[in-house]
Ligand binder design. Structure first.
Ligand SMILES: *Cc1c(COP(=O)(O)O)cnc(C)c1O
Length: 812
């Protein structure tokens, strides 16, 4: 769409500095790493605490971007591009979206609520796309920035919008309402998510309802508490399991599905292929929209019967022949393709990049336009090989270099040759109807069904949580020792280096070498280096912690032999932990050795707190900090140096922010474990250990389960056996009735002793079948709760998860 620069300037009340009269904007970007068709990109230089978009402008101009929204024109850039100068670039993005939105006039459905937003939006898209050209938020882009970006995705072929909006604080919804401008509202539900941002539940409901101030109709489950807060004059369309709603529903749940008896004028039946209460609620909310739009009971029943689990996440898995697989096999649309390619870009493991891509649906563009854009996008992301599956893509992308066409998934599977894939990253991205999960099965390295799922969004969330607790100039070292507390060090290190962490900390040299081999270039400190590994450390550019005179002498001797110059080292001081480090009596010798020594350079001086998590020992901690202050000053003064100083671990960051010095060392908090409930509430769970039900048995009263007959049934009992045991890292003490796992959202007690590779649970009152997924820990039970019951610490449980448990990383 062609918009004049004057119009844009006017819309966001910007001052224009530049030469262009009109710019043809096809693309709005806020991420300097993610760009394509640069000439028609409008780049918003957003600034956060940790980054400043203005810094990337010179590089972006060199890449051909010519239009920027800024708070000031960076030095030396005047005259080299078009600048729209505003007071706040984030607000300007919202103003631009608002202005852009007004060019379109078709019905828009807005969805909000505490949970289920994304699922309802995706399902509505699935249910309505046979009849409409739908535009919606990609993935769950529902924030103050995600919504404007989603709305800017509208084009003139679209004739229905479905947008979700999420808020975490008061006063956010008003903006989103103006940008989305909805006609029909859906309130999914009100739960406890984001309670901490609001003074009470009522305030949160009122804030959510602001999305619906101008809707013609609001769909929700009957609730007096909510309805009392809905502004007068807004028409509602409610449902209930009882008699009170406009639509009344009776449900019958069986093993695999839920049958709904719907009464609205007439009565009809709908079967949805889910059993849990949340999925049913989400399905009903969608059904309400269809009813309102005038669909017949028969069409509604047909379409709802085909609902599917929404998989929005990108999963990283180990593939055959040393490949890395990025599995995004459940949807394709242009926006989510862009997101997946950006994610692929972060996977620096391989230089070869293959994408297996199906036809793309519902873009709103003509085929030609769409694939022209896809072509550019793939080129911009340096994709080395494209395997196109589907009738349209094989025609439209035929001129892409290194293009392999297949008319359908069956044809690809029939000709599949595993040797055609080696040492590369493979992005698998297909619309649901293409069933690319069958391709994933062939390319994935096979292991048993137990996996530790790592939520990379949660890692980033937790990182930013602690980032925001410290001063912007304070650096962060993230501890990725012990396989990143069990979470898998490469992926954690990769995502962190993408988010510009300053340092990584490992325990041993080989951990650091593995990170270097995986392409990590961030500085790495080795915390317990051994003399035998010094040479390897130097070869891989790893920086040693130096904790004793003996070690320092040895390292300097080697540095001398290798003729190193100012090799970075980190001096560890013992202020009371009494594990490793220099004590006061060693300082003179330390200083003497370093004086006028140009083989090494003291990059940092640090110490470790022994009880920063415990208020009982505050005096002791303060004393440690005091000693650190003195010793580090003595060394710096004597050597006339100004190294980084750091002493805080996770609980230190939380409890002693005044002692953050120049850097902090974040460990357990990144993985979602804080040291009190307040802190925990603001962190997100990172790891979820999952397995499946292998076999189900019915035993009679008096029969026993497991070794040493530790469990004797007092009544007839249904049990399930899971292929996970203490060798995988489930503590043996968690068995014999102490612990539980979650089966279909219900607690199932572990009965009998946990075996090496298996354990048994009681499922007498739980609807489930063989093959069903089981959560061993994650949000519930949490490792924190487990550790408490078992009299240990979460660190031990996390770090004990066996390497034989496959790690699957995902990003939402
Ligand atoms: C492990 C470790 C940390 C991180 O501690 P957390 O309590 O996990 O935050 C920091 N510094 C050193 C020296 C460590 O060994």
């Amino acid at each position: 769409m062609n918009i004049t620069i004057q119009d844009i300037a006017l819309a966001m009340q910007a001052r224009f500095e530049g030469t262009a009269k009109t710019i043809d904007i096809e693309n709005v970007s806020i991420d300097s790493r993610s760009l394509h068709n640069n000439a028609s990109t409008l780049f918003f230089a957003l600034s956060g605490q940790n980054h400043n978009g203005h810094n990337y402008i010179p590089a972006l101009i060199n890449k051909g971007v010519s239009s920027f929204v800024v708070t000031h024109v960076p030095k030396g850039m005047a005259g080299r591009a078009n600048f729209l100068v505003v007071a706040n670039t984030r607000t300007a993005l919202q103003h631009f979206a608002l202005y852009y939105r007004k060019h379109f006039n078709f019905p828009v459905i807005a969805v909000t609520g505490s949970s289920g937003k994304t699922i309802v939006k995706e399902w509505l898209n699935f249910l309505l796309s046979p009849d409409y050209n739908v535009v919606r938020n990609p993935k769950s882009y529902n924030s103050q920035i995600g919504v404007p970006l989603s709305v800017i995705g509208i084009n003139n072929k679209h004739n229905l919008g479905i947008f979700e909006a999420g808020i975490s604080m008061p006063n956010e919804m008003e903006y989103l309402e103006r940008i989305i401008l909805p006609d029909i509202g859906v309130l999914t539900n009100i739960g406890s998510a984001h309670d901490e941002g609001f003074t009470n539940r009522k305030e949160k409901i009122q804030e959510k309802l602001k999305l619906f101030t101008r809707v013609k109709l609001l769909i929700l489950q009957k609730s007096k508490a909510v309805e009392d807060l809905i502004p007068k004059g807004i028409k509602t369309f409610t449902w209930s399991y009882g008699k009170s709603g406009d639509v009344t529903i009776k449900k019958e749940v069986d093993a695999n599905s839920t049958l709904l008896h719907i009464t609205h004028k007439k009565t009809f039946k709908v079967r949805i292929p889910f059993t849990d209460a949340h999925a049913t609620e989400n399905g009903i909310n969608c059904l309400m929209v269809l009813l309102h739009l005038g669909y017949s009971g028969r069409v509604i029943a047909n379409r709802l019967a085909a609902l599917y689990p929404v998989e929005l996440r990108l999963e990283v898995k180990e593939g055959i022949n040393d490949c890395t697989i990025i599995d995004d096999s459940y949807n394709t649309d242009f926006q989510s393709l862009k997101i997946a390619l950006d994610f692929l870009e972060q996977q620096k493991t391989h230089t070869q990049k293959t994408i297996i891509l199906s036809d793309i649906f519902q873009s709103g563009f003509s085929k030609k336009q769409l694939y022209k854009r896809v072509h550019r996008l793939l080129t911009a992301h340096n994709i080395t090989r494209v395997i196109g599956i589907g009738k349209t893509i094989t025609e439209q992308l035929a001129d892409f270099p290194n293009f392999y066409p297949y008319k359908n998934t069956q044809a690809f599977l029939a000709q599949f040759n595993s040797n055609a894939f080696a040492d590369e990253t493979i992005l698998i991205k297909g619309a649901r109807s293409f069933r690319f999960e069958e391709i994933v099965v062939l390319l994935e390295e096979k292991t048993h069904e137990t996996v530790l799922e790592i939520n990379l969004n949660a890692v980033v969330h937790n990182f930013n949580f602690y980032r925001n607790k410290i001063r912007p100039q304070t650096k962060i070292m993230v501890m990725v020792k012990a396989f990143a507390y069990g979470s898998g060090s490469y992926e954690i290190a990769k995502i962190l280096s993408h988010h510009k962490v300053d340092y990584l900390g490992v325990a041993f040299a080989d951990e650091g070498i593995a990170l270097r081999n995986a392409g990590i270039t961030t500085p790495i400190v080795v915390m317990n280096p051994e003399g035998s590994s010094f040479s390897a450390m130097i070869a891989y550019n790893l920086e040693p912690e130096i904790y004793s005179v003996r070690e320092l002498r040895a390292f300097i001797a080697l540095a001398q032999v290798k003729n190193l110059s100012l090799y970075p080292i980190h001096i560890k001081i013992d202020t009371g932990m009494h594990r490793l480090g220099f004590e006061e009596e060693h300082l003179d010798e330390l200083i003497a050795l370093l004086h006028n020594n140009n083989f090494v350079a003291v990059k940092s001086i640090f110490s470790h707190l022994s009880a920063s998590d415990s208020p009982d020992f505050n005096d002791f901690t303060q004393q440690q900090i005091q000693l650190f202050e003195e010793f580090s000053a003595t060394i710096s003064k004597a050597l006339q140096i100004n190294p980084l100083r750091h002493i805080l671990n996770t609980s230190g960051i939380y409890n002693f922010p005044d002692a953050q010095y120049d850097m902090v060392r974040l460990g357990i908090g990144l993985y979602g474990v804080g040291n009190n409930t307040e802190e925990m509430k603001q962190l997100q769970n990172v790891g979820t250990l999952k397995t499946v039900i292998l076999q189900i048995k019915n035993i009679a009263a008096g029969e026993s389960v497991g070794y040493s007959r530790k469990f004797i049934a007092t009544q007839s009992t249904r049990t399930a056996t899971l292929p996970i045991g203490y060798a995988d890292g489930v503590p043996r003490a968690w068995g014999n009735g102490k612990g539980y796992v979650m089966v279909n959202n219900q607690k199932a007690r572990i009965i009998g002793s946990i075996c090496m590779d298996m354990l048994m649970i009681d499922i007498t009152n739980i609807a489930c079948k063989e093959g069903d997924s089981v959560t061993v820990f994650g949000t519930n039970p949490s490792v924190v709760a487990m550790a408490k019951t078992l009299n240990t610490i979460p660190y031990e449980i996390l770090a004990s998860i066996s390497q034989r448990v496959k790690r699957v990383f995902y990003k939402e």
